[in-house]
Structures are given as structure tokens and as C-alpha cells.
Design a protein around this ligand. Structure first.
Ligand code: CP
Ligand code: NVA
Length: 336
């Protein structure tokens, strides 16, 4: 296929590994091997400990990252923008309704033109297929800043947060670790399942039967779990999932783009609230995770979200450190 006089790689070609072994794009946790994932965590830990200004301050000097967002964002946008700035590069926020895309310019033309200006593009959109289209047409790396299907950058920061608590950065850090996710089987749940399978974790997901995680992701992750020693459990009883867990995780019951389903979702999800009662099922040392934004009194009580076991602010901060690691890898100047 040709566009604007140049040939476009066929679907999937853009995902070819680079010289460093990483895929061209980061569209899902499944784009990473286990060792690449732990390499990102090691870099994130080093960058987190590196003083500012310091040796990393010019690491991405002269490079520009675009952030093409079709949905609102606080953490993802600001942590990528601040991360680029802290590494000496620049970020451009491109809400989709402010560029010619909103007046009918094609995604392909936009991706090709932006690739002439930018060194990488973070895309937040609805369908995973749309993200894949960006990746196919852009000649620069495309990073998933959240789709309806998955939220890989979030989950990498979440696993990094768990590792920090364990103070063990070895590849067996998650063996025997039980993470229970309760609520909607959404993008966050899907990426948790993928990451859990890759790292040998025990992931227990409790959700209503009509709001289950993506069956394709569950199936592929269970195959991977067979190789890594992970367990992927999908149940409907939140108490069973939370039993003896090392971490409890929840997310909103109505994700961006599902607002019209809110009343129905609320009704189905009430038994899945992360509250003090559920927390007592987990280990006394269990941590509480939430990707934020949170709705206190819906998917989580204020007492749990703001309580002593909650690590949500550390988790939000770690978006910055892990994404800085991602940027050094994907923008072509790998941290040693
Ligand atoms: N957790 C997360 O992705 O937050 P934002 O929607 O604010 O980016
Ligand atoms: N599941 C949520 C995550 C927000 C960070 C959503 O997609 O809206």
C-alpha cells in the first residue's frame, strides 16, 4: 500500500524487533519479554535514584515526544511530559480534537506527518485496532497510553511498586505473590493478567459474569503461565479472590467511554467494592493498589484508599519513573 507516495509496511511489520531486541512499538505488556520487563524495572529504579539535575538530565536532549490523546488524562499525560522534560527532551500534548484529525484528515496521513517531526508518539484511544493502525503507519515508536483493551504503562508501574515493597529486583520477585483484582474486568485487569503471567504471579480476578476480562488475553496468558509458573484465576466471588492475597487492586466500575452504561454497571458491581471487610481476607501485610482516578464510596471505600495499607500515591509517582525507563528504551538512547 502507498500513501503520500511512500510505501506503508504491512500490518504487523511495524512490530519487528529493533537491534536492542525491543519491538518497534509498545502496545501491550505482551510486547515485552520477561527479561525486558525486569530490565525496565532496573532502569526505573536507577532513574528514580538519580539526582536532578544529574547524569540523566540531557539523556534525551533534542528528542520530542507527541501525546495524541482521545480521552482525558492526568497521570499519563503529566508523567510522560514531566519525564521527557527531566530527561532533557520535549513533549507536545496533542488532544485529538485540536488537530486536523478532527476535521477528517486521515489517521495514516497524520501518523506519517507526525513521524517527520517527532521521535515517539504516545496514543490514548478507544479501540486497540486504532492504536495498532497508528503503530502501522507511524515510522516512530508508538506507546500505548491506554486503550479500552489494555493499559500497559500503568501495569508496569504497578509491578514496579510491588517490587519496591519487596526490595527484591530479581526475576523471581513475583513467584508466590498473590494479587487479587476485584471489580470490572477492564483494560487494567487485562494488562494485570498479561503481566502476572509473564512474571510468575498468582493473579486472582473477581468480577461479575457479564464484566469479565478479555477472553483472548486470558487464554494467551494462561498459556504463558504454564511456562512461568503463574496462576491466572477468574472467579465471581471477591472474598475467594482476596483470601490470603499479598495485594488487593481495584479500578473504576465505569471506564472512559462507558458512561452510558453507568447505572447498570453500578448495580452489578456493588458486591465487588474494595472495603475494610474484604481487606481483612487478605494477608495483614497486604498492600492496596488503585490506578486512579478513584471514586470513594463506589469501587473502594475512603478508609481503604486513604488507609495505612494503600500505596496509591507511590504507585502514581512510579508512572513517572517507569515511563522514563520506557522512553530511554523506545526513543533509541538506552540507559546502560
Ligand atoms: N491511571 C491513569 O492512567 O490515570 P490518567 O487517566 O489520569 O492518565
Ligand atoms: N479503566 C479506566 C482506567 C483509567 C486510568 C478507564 O479506562 O477509564
Amino acid at each position: 500500500m502507498t500513501l503520500l507516495g511512500r510505501s506503508i509496511p504491512a500490518p504487523g511489520v511495524s512490530a519487528a524487533p529493533s537491534a536492542t531486541g525491543r519491538t518497534k512499538d509498545l502496545l501491550a505488556v505482551s510486547d515485552l519479554s520477561g527479561s525486558q520487563l525486569f530490565r525496565l524495572f532496573r532502569i526505573a529504579r536507577e532513574l528514580k535514584a538519580t539526582p536532578r539535575p544529574g547524569p540523566a538530565s540531557q539523556w534525551l536532549s533534542g528528542l520530542t515526544l507527541g501525546l495524541l490523546f482521545e480521552k482525558p488524562s492526568t497521570r499519563t499525560r503529566v508523567s510522560f511530559e514531566a519525564g521527557m522534560h527531566q530527561l532533557g527532551g520535549q513533549a507536545l500534548f496533542l488532544p485529538s480534537d485540536t488537530i486536523q484529525l478532527s476535521r477528517g484528515e486521515s489517521l495514516a496521513d497524520t501518523a506519517l506527518v507526525l513521524s517527520r517531526y517527532l521521535d515517539g508518539l504516545v496514543v490514548r484511544t478507544f479501540e486497540q485496532a486504532t492504536l495498532e493502525e497508528w503503530a502501522r503507519h507511524a515510522t516512530v515508536p508508538v506507546i500505548n497510553g491506554l486503550t479500552d483493551l489494555c493499559h500497559p504503562c500503568q501495569i508496569l508501574a504497578d509491578l514496579f511498586t510491588i517490587m519496591e515493597g519487596k526490595e527484591s529486583f530479581t526475576e523471581d520477585a513475583f513467584q508466590g505473590f498473590k494479587l487479587a483484582y476485584v471489580g470490572d474486568g477492564n483494560n487494567v485487569a487485562n494488562s494485570l493478567i498479561e503481566a502476572g503471567a509473564k512474571t510468575g504471579m498468582h493473579v486472582a480476578i473477581a468480577c461479575p459474569p457479564q464484566y469479565q476480562p478479555d477472553p483472548g488475553i486470558v487464554e494467551r496468558s494462561r498459556e504463558e503461565a504454564g511456562r512461568t509458573g503463574a496462576t491466572i484465576e477468574i472467579v465471581h466471588d471477591p472474598a475467594a479472590a482476596a483470601e490470603n492475597a499479598d495485594a488487593l487492586y481495584t479500578d473504576v466500575w465505569t471506564s472512559m467511554g462507558q458512561e452510558h452504561e453507568q447505572a447498570e454497571r453500578l448495580k452489578a458491581m456493588v458486591p465487588y467494592q474494595l472495603n475494610e471487610h474484604l481487606l481483612r481476607r487478605a494477608k495483614p501485610s497486604a498492600i492496596v493498589l488503585h490506578c486512579l482516578p478513584a471514586h470513594r464510596g463506589e469501587e473502594i471505600t475512603a478508609a481503604v484508599l486513604d488507609g495505612p495499607q494503600s500505596v496509591v500515591l507511590q504507585q502514581a509517582e512510579n508512572r513517572l519513573h517507569v515511563q522514563k525507563a520506557i522512553l530511554t528504551e523506545w526513543l533509541g538512547r538506552p540507559w546502560p
